[in-house]
Structure formats: C-alpha cells, structure tokens
Design a protein around this ligand. Structure first.
Ligand code: HEM
Length: 375
C-alpha cells in the first residue's frame, strides 16, 4: 500500500497476527498518536490487559434496564414519526448513553457531548495519521485540537464517575488512574458510532429482506443468523491494524519491525471459499457454519478482541426484537457508505410501521412518505 504499510489478505498471516497480538504483533498508534502501544512485558500493556479482564466481568453481568426502556422509547418514537431522519445518529447516541452509564455509573449529557466532540477531530487525525505519522502528526492543528478535546473528556470522566461503575471497579482492582481514564475514553469512543452503525446496517438489511422479518420476530436463531450475516457484509470496523514487533518470517512472509499491517474484515468476509456467493445476503448460510478466526472477525480476534462484542450482539438482538414486536421496517437500501474509520450507511431512510394499528391517537402518522430519490 505504501512504504511499511502492508495490506494482508492471506488467512494464515491473519491468523498468526491475531494469535500473536501482544507478542510478535503490537497494536499500532494510540488514539493521540503519541507513541506506539506498549510491547509485551511493559507495565503499560499489563495494566491495559488487567483493565480488559476486569471490564469483561462488568460487561458480562451488565443488565441495563434503563437502556432497555430507552430502546423501547426510541422504537416507539420511530414508529410515531414513521420515517426518522437520522437513524444512525439516534442509534449512536442511544449506544453512547448506555456505554457512558456502564463506564461512569451515571447519565451525564456533558460527558456524552464531550465524547462526541472528541470523535469528530479524532476521525480526522486518524484519517490523516495513516499518511503523516510520528512527531510530524503531533504538530498539526487538528492533532492539538483532538488532544485538547481528549483532555476535556478525561476531566469530565473523573468529575462524574461513580464508584458503582466500570471506572470504580478498575480503581478497586488497582489499575493505575491514568490507565483507568484512558480505558474509559476508549470504551466511550468505541461504544457509540460503531455499534450505532451496526444497528443501522441490521435494520437496513431487515428492510431490504422483508421475508426475514417474519422469521426474526419470533425465532432467536434467525435473529442470530441475520446479525452474523449483516456483520459479515458490513463490519462497521472495516480496517484493523497491527505493527510488527521484530524482523522475522511470519506465516511464510518476511516482515520487518515497524511494518504496519492492515487487514479488513470487509475483504476477508467475502472469501467465496468460505462464503459461497459472498455478495449475497443469505442469513441461512449460518446454519451449521462455524468460520475460523481468520475467516470471520467483525470484532477482531485474539488478545485484543473487542471487549464489547457480547454486549453488542445482545443489544443488536434486542433492537431487532423491539422493532419487529412494534411492527415492520421498510425502505430502499442505503445509497452508499461512508468509509472513514467506520463503515456507516449513507442516506438511510427507513420507514417504521406499526402492525398493531398504531399507538393511541397516532394512527394518521404511520403513512410512509416517499423514500430518498422517489420524491
Ligand atoms: C457492533 C458493535 C461493535 C463492533 C463491530 C466492534 C468492533 C471492534 C473491533 C474490530 C475492534 C478491534 C479489535 C482488534 O484489533 O482485534 C474493537 C476494539 C474495541 N472495542 Fe469494539 N466493537 C463494537 C462495540 C463495542 C462496544 C459497545 C464497546 C464498549 C462498550 C467496545 C469497546 C471496544 C474497546 C475498548 C476496544 C479496544 C480493545 C483493546 O484494544 O484491547 N466495542 N471493537
């Protein structure tokens, strides 16, 4: 792709990269592009891995009745409006609120604002950072802007975090305060637009394949296949990278220390050997299908696999259930996708209809309007 930047599609090398992350392959630049992430044996990596372990116990036991109620309210509102104008935004904010509550134990609009305010300059920095790396990148106005937003968010987390939260749990586990805050920022950034985009893709696929709505309404297995198939075709985090720790031969490839390897679930998920007719949306292909970690990895894999994966799958299942319990969803396929850091459907205009004759007093509003391009 460029000097020291290699795109990897070889399944053997992908497997090696995942299995040997934190040893032969490091995570690449951190979100402030200040340094390369720590290597094995360094205290910073140990602290991060401790934070991950403690977070998974919190994430797995996380029952979130408030999130459930908020989702129900959102779905009702979509049905009431008929055709919400910013579905991705709605879903991203819903996810962010829920993640923020998990991370800090409280619902704080200023914290959510601070997260959103960091996301946008960060996207620019990361986008630019693949071209302009190291010290040079630190000098840019964009980078300074992102950095000051980052500091604001960290301060906000410290100001509002409740002991009964992930932040509290990590502090009790002895994770160093700076790592706690860093981890909290990473959770907030990762737990908003990415799961929001995933939800939007799932709803878009449901709308495009109405025959699956009937099945998914009552059948949990059908919902699992539907979600797997959506994340196969549209993995919101469509690029994952690693850095080679030292010169060597890995899965038959000679690589040099510092090489940045980029792999893409979007590309690997379209391997026709594993997924025949890969461009076709066929949830039923998941019947008895158990792809290997180098064949299907919407959440990454190995030591640094997404910590929010199980939680996200449960949230997506819940989203589908709520929408289909309320009624149906229809509309044209998105007209494109944004491909900066996250794969986001563009111009997604879906119509939500109640099959129960509408909410009291709202019947007139369920008439679908023209879709984009049809007006
Ligand atoms: C459908 C939704 C989501 C998708 C598709 C997704 C995908 C990913 C991917 C591909 C990675 C990189 C893994 C790697 O490099 O091997 C990642 C990392 C991460 N994700 Fe997610 N994610 C989702 C939701 C979430 C949520 C809801 C949270 C928080 C509650 C979260 C927190 C994180 C964190 C903290 C990391 C960094 C892990 C580390 O570096 O050790 N993610 N995610």
């Amino acid at each position: 792709m460029a000097a020291n930047l290699v795109f990897v599609s070889d399944p053997d090398l992908i497997e090696t990269m995942f299995r040997r992350t934190n040893t032969d392959f490091q995570m690449t630049l951190n979100r402030r592009m200040e340094s390369e992430s720590a290597a094995r044996g360094e205290a910073a990596l140990d602290a991060w891995m401790l934070a991950r372990r403690r977070s998974s116990s919190v994430l797995h036991t996380a029952a979130n009745p408030t999130m459930d109620e908020e989702l129900t309210e959102h779905v009702r509102a979509w049905v009431r409006v008929g055709e919400p104008t910013d579905l991705v935004g709605d879903l991203s904010r819903l996810n962010l609120r829920s993640t923020a509550r998990l991370v800090t134990g409280t619902s704080d609009p200023a914290l959510e604002e601070a997260t959103l305010a960091l996301l946008s300059p960060l996207t620019e920095v990361v986008d630019q950072g693949t071209r302009l790396r190291g010290v040079l990148a630190l000098l840019t106005r964009r980078h300074r802007h992102a950095r000051s937003r980052d500091t604001l968010l960290q301060n906000q987390i410290q100001a509002v975090a409740h002991p009964d939260s992930l932040v509290g749990e990590l502090a009790r586990a002895g994770v160093e305060p700076q790592v706690v805050t860093n981890f909290a920022v990473a959770m907030l950034l990762a737990g908003s637009v990415v799961p929001g985009a995933a939800g939007a893709w799932v709803l878009a696929m449901l709308a495009a394949h109405p025959q699956w709505q009937e099945r998914a309404r009552t059948d949990e297995t059908a919902r699992t296949w539907l979600i797997n198939e959506t994340l196969r075709l549209y993995p919101p985090t469509w690029l994952i990278s690693r850095m080679v720790a030292q010169d060597g031969i890995y899965a038959g490839w000679r690589l040099r220390a510092g090489d940045e390897l980029v792999l893409s679930p979007y590309v690997s998920h379209r391997d026709a050997q594993v997924f025949p007719d890969p461009e076709e949306f066929r949830p039923e292909r998941w019947n008895g299908l158990h792809p290997r970690i180098n064949e299907y990895f919407p959440f990454g894999a190995g030591a640094r696999r997404c910590v929010g994966a199980e939680l996200s799958l449960a949230r997506l299942d819940h989203l589908v259930r709520e929408v289909l319990q309320a009624g149906t969803v229809e509309g044209p396929a998105p007209t494109g996708m944004s491909t900066t850091i996250t794969l986001v459907p563009q111009n997604l205009r879906l119509r939500f209809r109640s099959t129960k004759g509408g909410l009291p007093g709202q019947g007139d509003q369920f008439r679908p309007g023209p879709g984009p391009g049809l007006a």
